[in-house]
Design a protein around this ligand. Structure first.
Ligand SMILES: [Zn+2]
Length: 357
């Protein structure tokens, strides 16, 4: 546990639910943990005891990527953890593969002619998931390779790998339900007789939805409020002039209105208290990064690839390099949009950022 984590409180200690089982967090809310084959090696999902259209059952928040291991774990949960009741709906915080991957499979598995098991998600994330699942955008392929090259990633091996990753999203998200129920900021859902409020968040996904229950002082934070790692805030090829960092910071500030004692259920890591502390840690984290990026661009015009080793000291695999590149561009763009940096395209077709003095 690092210094920052020590400032947070983990009420469940180091207890984790075993794979294929659930762990009750508070009555009616159960924690599922599934393995992921990435550097980020797990995701948390939440089962909420619910009643919908007069039927008893469960709602689930997020799904895991589509792969056999996850389906086997889900089957174990269906058999042993649902008290013989059905899944009533699938709520998805955002369109990233680890969150939406198995939504189609779950909805199909639990839908009956009388009672569709519906996907509930923001419209923005729904549509991008449909587009990405049908083809490629943002996570690999030619446009992605060109985009990273224009930000200075010139190593032919990495570029070729990114180019070859054209079917990355559809592999992890082979299908998205053909219909959905739209979630929007400030919508109120009744789940298990309790009121839950949707809180939109930007900068990580197009329109991330977190859920807050005032009665329980419980926040299902998705990827917008993580205790240990900082949420990925990236610029991608789909929106090359995006400025996601201020969007992210403004979004997490919305959680300041929640009680300081709120228990946050994050998508990665352990349930924690210390929400307000964590919000200031994240502000500080990004401020520190901006503070090192600016002098680098004062010394010489820098591409995103140039600032990568300044921002990330540890060695990165390709998956991490694409995320790190996206993050580096996000920090450069934040300063560029504030007119602290100027952007120019050099003779080799690389964007370089220079401090405005
Ligand atoms: Zn995410």
């Amino acid at each position: 546990m690092n210094e920052l984590e020590r400032q947070l409180h983990y009420p469940l200690g180091d207890t984790l639910p075993a794979f294929g089982t659930t762990l009750e967090v508070v009555p009616g809310i159960r924690w599922i943990r599934m393995a992921l084959p990435f550097a980020l090696d797990h995701i948390n999902l939440w089962l909420l005891r619910d009643e919908l259209d007069g039927r008893q059952g469960w709602s689930v928040v997020d799904c895991c990527i589509s792969r056999d291991e996850a389906k086997v774990q889900w089957e174990q949960i269906f058999a042993n953890e649902l008290e013989g009741l059905p899944l009533l709906r699938v709520i998805v915080t955002h369109m990233h593969p680890d969150h939406i991957g198995l939504a189609d499979w779950l909805c199909e598995h639990w839908s009956t002619p009388e009672h569709p098991c519906r996907l509930w998600i923001s419209a923005t994330d729904y549509h991008l998931a449909r587009v990405n699942s049908a083809g490629t955008s943002g996570f690999g392929g030619d446009s992605s390779a060109l985009f990273f090259a224009s930000h200075g990633l010139r190593d032919p091996y990495s570029i070729e790998k990114i180019r070859a990753r054209a079917s990355y999203y559809p592999t992890l998200v082979p299908g998205v339900p053909r219909e959905f129920r739209r979630l929007m900021d400030s919508d109120t859902l009744t789940i298990g007789g309790r009121s839950w409020r949707c809180i939109s968040g930007y900068g990580h996904a197009p329109e991330h939805i977190a859920l807050y229950c005032d009665e329980l002082q419980l926040l299902i934070g998705g990827d917008m409020m993580l205790p240990r790692i900082s949420t990925n805030v990236s610029v991608f090829d789909l929106e090359p002039e995006a400025n996601p960092l201020p969007l992210f910071l403004k979004s997490i500030d919305k959680f300041l209105a929640l009680p300081a004692d709120t228990l946050t259920l994050p998508s990665h890591g352990k349930p924690f208290k210390g929400l307000h502390r964590r919000i200031s840690q994240l502000h500080e984290h990004h401020r520190e990064r901006l503070v090192v990026v600016l002098p680098a661009c004062t010394e010489k015009p820098c591409s995103a690839a140039d600032v990568l080793p300044i921002l990330f000291k540890r060695p990165l695999d390709l998956h991490q390099t694409t995320f790190a590149m996206g993050e580096a561009i996000a920090h450069l763009h934040a300063l560029w949009f504030e007119d602290q940096l100027r952007r120019s395209l050099d003779a080799s077709g690389t964007y370089r950022f220079t401090a405005v003095t």
